[in-house]
Design a binder for this molecule. Structure first.
Ligand SMILES: [Zn+2]
Length: 667
């Protein structure tokens, strides 16, 4: 698998060093919450990452938990330029580097497992990118030689065998910097000892709910293993790896897919039912995998999925203030409580919110998700340009091929609004290409440059290319119109999407603290309203919104009480849809006969609703309102204001004009 002529196949994009992208707007507020919440304080009350950790030389935890936390703490500290967090991270980095023995091995000698060292090295890479610490590359090089010497006799086993792709990623990063000739040999050895994810997921997938443990059906392994083909591609250039990756994701969607773009796993692959759980570690790891897939293959659909998971599944599993999380989230989640549920393999407390419900892996591992997303918002192109991968407010500073730095400011409330404004902030005039990702759900993107409409040709691999001389003061406005769309589900229900957001029925939430003194606290969440609703749709069409409200994004961005997007639909209670094993029972077959009166129901972003229905049965209507509602839909795109009152008022005026009556007459 060794590339014969040098340094392997180039990835389609190159990562920008940690710190080249700075969060802005709502995203920065989210990271500030994270710093004030679990990430910034975990070591103060959770011994597994506390001062007694074996990674710091103590007698405590000597496996994955310290490195997991560090893998999120390092980027968070540097993205926020938070000296308190940087000091915490540096203590760990120093301890890890100083722990290296003459043979190259590092970390706790009480535990020689290869796996947690992969995580520790991922954290060190980020530290090196942010600080330029000259110790890191030689440290990694010595460890790589240690691995090359030892792996033949002490091979990857257990988690390390399942997750060897992380080790390949580390070797590839090092190879790009040193070009050391033994590194492709080491990569080949690691690849040979790693489970063959590409073949298994693409050509021999698990079609059904797993009944026994198997490393190939462990949901976090799957989320990580999906990057195996991409990591191998960097060394052998085989186009088969992209084919396998796309096929693997399609198989997972078919057999275990969830409405957010995740696949189920509680904690084994569990089928497509919306009451099955998704482990938070799998969310965080699949996000990182997708960031790597975009970097290596460049295919924009991986970024579409990344946005869907980041803006829906991720915030849903963590409280809005980032002080507690779930081990398992359910797309249809009607209560979070200590009670038996139909998990493949998890305990009765797996879906409550708290410090370490069920098991502490997610407590340690959730921290990487938002910071690494931030670092992946933009990537460099091989011809010296920049590619917009995920849209969110930030500034990005990057050098083109000629070495001139360009700074862009991205101002937007995306995913809660349709327009992304990009300003050239600093740098000399420079000619370079900008690739702008056009999401797969967006059929009519619109771009203006300095107020002049810019003709967008067809997207290539999901990106449009704008190449020109950029200079300070240039202003680009990209509008990605978001029409509500149906997300068909494998069991006959439907999800509803609005741009990258998945919409969910908001069920009132009663948060009941549990009597523990655990971290920031543990809670059960009980419903205060009904959840068993079907949505109305006209034939097989898109449900018609009565009105869509958009509000300015407040902090926290994903709090239910001020959800920035609110969609009112018509729904019907479905009394035969009942609770089974403390979860929403299987969806009744659709289309349903309407059994109850038509009611106004409120949908909010999935990530804002910790209790919710996100996969619905539906009732067919033959509404004569469709032309009107289609027009209302179109007009919502034309209203750029984030002021919800403006949107509501405009819709109401339009409805009144057409019907001679108030909006609430629309049924
Ligand atoms: Zn976990």
């Amino acid at each position: 698998m060794i590339d014969p002529d040098g340094r392997g196949a180039p990835a389609r994009f190159r990562e920008l060093p940690l710190g080249a992208i700075r969060p802005g707007g709502w995203l920065r507020e989210q990271l500030v919450l994270q710093a004030a919440g679990l990430t910034g304080h975990l070591d103060e009350f959770w011994p597994d990452v506390g001062p007694d950790s074996a990674w710091l030389g103590g007698e405590g935890e000597d496996w994955e938990r310290g490195p997991y936390w560090l893998d999120g703490l390092v980027p968070l500290a540097h993205l926020l330029m938070d000296r308190r967090l940087q000091a915490k991270a540096d203590r760990w980095v120093d301890a890890i580097i100083l722990s290296q023995g003459p043979d190259g091995q590092f970390g706790p000698r009480s535990n020689e497992d290869w796996w947690p060292r992969m995580v520790a090295l991922k954290a060190l890479i980020q530290h090196a990118e942010a600080t330029g610490d000259p110790r890191v590359v030689p440290f990694m090089s010595r460890y790589a030689r240690y691995q090359l010497a030892k792996l033949p006799e002490r091979s990857l086993v257990g988690w390390a065998q399942a997750r060897g792709a992380e080790n390949l990623l580390i070797v590839q990063w090092l190879y790009e910097r040193t070009g050391e000739g033994f590194l492709p040999d080491l990569a080949a050895l690691i690849a040979a000892q790693t489970l063959d994810w590409g073949h298994r997921l693409a050509y021999a997938p698990n079609r059904h709910r797993a009944a026994v443990f198997d490393p190939f059906t462990h949901v976090v392994n799957v989320a990580m293993g999906l990057k195996s083909p991409a990591m191998q591609y960097l060394f052998d250039r085989s186009p088969e790896h992209l084919i396998r990756t796309e096929r693997a994701l399609a198989n997972l969607d078919r057999d275990h897919g969830q409405v957010t773009g995740m696949f189920s796993g509680d904690e084994w692959l569990a089928g497509p039912g919306p009451s099955h759980g998704v482990e938070l570690c799998a969310v965080a790891e699949l996000m990182f995998t997708l960031e790597q897939l975009v970097r290596v293959f460049g295919v924009a659909s991986f970024a579409d999925r990344l946005e869907s998971i980041a803006f829906n599944a991720l915030p849903a599993a963590i409280t809005a203030d980032m002080r507690a999380h779930q081990y398992l989230q359910q797309p249809n989640q009607i209560a979070c409580s200590r009670a038996p549920r139909d998990w493949t393999y998890s305990s009765d407390e797996a879906n409550i919110f708290g410090l370490d419900p069920h098991f502490g892996c997610c407590t340690a591992n959730l921290h990487q998700a938002w910071p690494k997303l931030t670092s992946s918002l933009w990537m460099g192109t091989l011809d010296g340009g920049l590619a917009a991968i995920v849209y969110a407010p930030c500034t990005v500073r990057a050098k083109g091929n000629d070495g001139d730095a360009l700074e862009l400011a991205v101002e937007t409330a995306y995913p809660f609004e349709e327009t992304v404004r990009i300003d050239v902030r600093a740098g000399p005039p420079v000619r370079l290409p900008l690739l702008l990702r056009i999401p797969g759900w967006c059929t009519e993107p619109d771009l203006s440059i300095n107020g002049v409409p810019h003709h967008l040709g067809p997207a290539t691999d999901g990106y449009v290319r704008v190449e020109r001389q950029f200079r300070v003061g240039d202003h680009l406005e990209l509008t990605l119109p978001m029409s509500m769309r149906v997300l068909p589900r494998p069991l006959g229900g439907i999800g509803l999407g609005l741009g990258p957001l998945v919409l969910a029925l908001a069920i009132g939430e009663d948060w009941r603290p549990l009597s523990t003194d655990h971290g920031f606290g543990d809670w059960e969440v009980h419903p205060t309203g009904s959840w068993n609703y079907a949505v109305e749709r006209d034939g097989a069409g898109v449900p018609s919104a009565i009105r869509t409200e958009r509000h300015a994004v407040a902090t926290p961005a994903f709090a239910l009480e001020h959800a920035p997007v609110r969609v009112h639909l018509r729904g019907h209670r479905v009394r035969q849809w009942t609770v089974e094993q403390n979860s929403a029972g299987p969806l009744p077959p659709s289309p349903l006969d309407a059994t109850g009166p038509s009611e106004d129901i409120l949908l909010v972003p999935y990530g804002s609703a910790r209790l919710r229905i996100a996969e619905f049965p539906w009732v067919a209507t033959n509404s004569s309102d469709s032309p009107l509602l289609a027009r209302m839909h179109r007009s919502s795109r034309e209203i750029a204001s984030l002021d919800g009152q403006t949107v509501v008022a405009a819709k109401r005026r339009e409805a009144d004009d057409d019907r001679g009556g108030p909006t609430n007459a629309v049924e």
